[in-house]
Design a binder for this molecule. Sequence first.
Ligand SMILES: C[C@](O)(C(=O)O)[C@H](CC(=O)O)C(=O)O
Ligand SMILES: [Mg+2]
Length: 298
Amino acid sequence: MSPPPSPGRVLRERIASDGILVAPGAYDAITARAIEAHGFDAVYVTGAGTVNAQLGLPDISLGTMTEIVDNARRIAQGVSVPVFCDADTGYGNAVNVMRTVREFEQAGVAGIHLEDQVTPKRCGHLEGKEIVDTGEMVGKIRAACEARRDDDFVVIARSDAAAVEGVEASVERCRAYAAAGADVIFSEALTTEADFRTFAEAGIGAPLLANMTEFGRTPYLSASEFEAIGYDVVIFPMLAFRSMLKAVDDALSHLRAHGTQADILDRMKTREELYELVDYPSYDEHERRFVREVDLGG
Ligand SMILES: C[C@](O)(C(=O)O)[C@H](CC(=O)O)C(=O)O
Ligand SMILES: [Mg+2]
């Protein structure tokens, strides 16, 4: 029997296949399982959501590489679809990028994105971003490609340059990033549909990824609109996180006001639904066979 394809291979093939790949963002394993249960072919691990949810901190480089990798590992272990992750700037220079790639690869992650902001970086939709020069970013991409043990591990180059130097400059940078070996180009924080078209029509030479986050600089376009423009992947990085937080807020306000949750049960996952999502029945069966009813005869 031949070994199963690596996560990178599966992700790569899905990106290359027909139809845009829609990857909602997860910030923990149970959210990733919900994304898989809804039939999505890949899970994106949001950096912002990870530092917000796991650490309660803003997305300004306060999370460490090992914290992000640990979260990504738990997520990758929790689902069977490929998981790709936000690796910010690679947490330092090109040499740091090499260790970062190996850590993510060992965590079972299918690919990462690296961006051309300076370290410490900030959320792509905030003011005041600064970017490194093209040579520094090209060095990081080459380092990432050389460091990966599986040639299929997907190296995604994100350019934050559109907000700093303009769209044309970002396109030129992305051409250099693709030539350096980037498997996918991520055009961050574009502000008009026309800007996405500019990227798609530029012939950059790599598949394109769009970031459809909420309350940011990018106008709301649907997955099929991005597909029609010529994009290959779209992430919805914070949809689950923002929805979760609002739902928690509403439930807590209700409890504070009424002292009971009895009249908002319809807004909650039931015990049974939750057990199903964590596959409780299979663990119960293991407990039966290996703990409660150990059969000494066989
Ligand atoms: C994609 C992103 O890098 C993330 O960390 O998920 C964020 C998303 C967001 O802040 O809405 C970004 O665009 O910088
Ligand atoms: Mg991020």
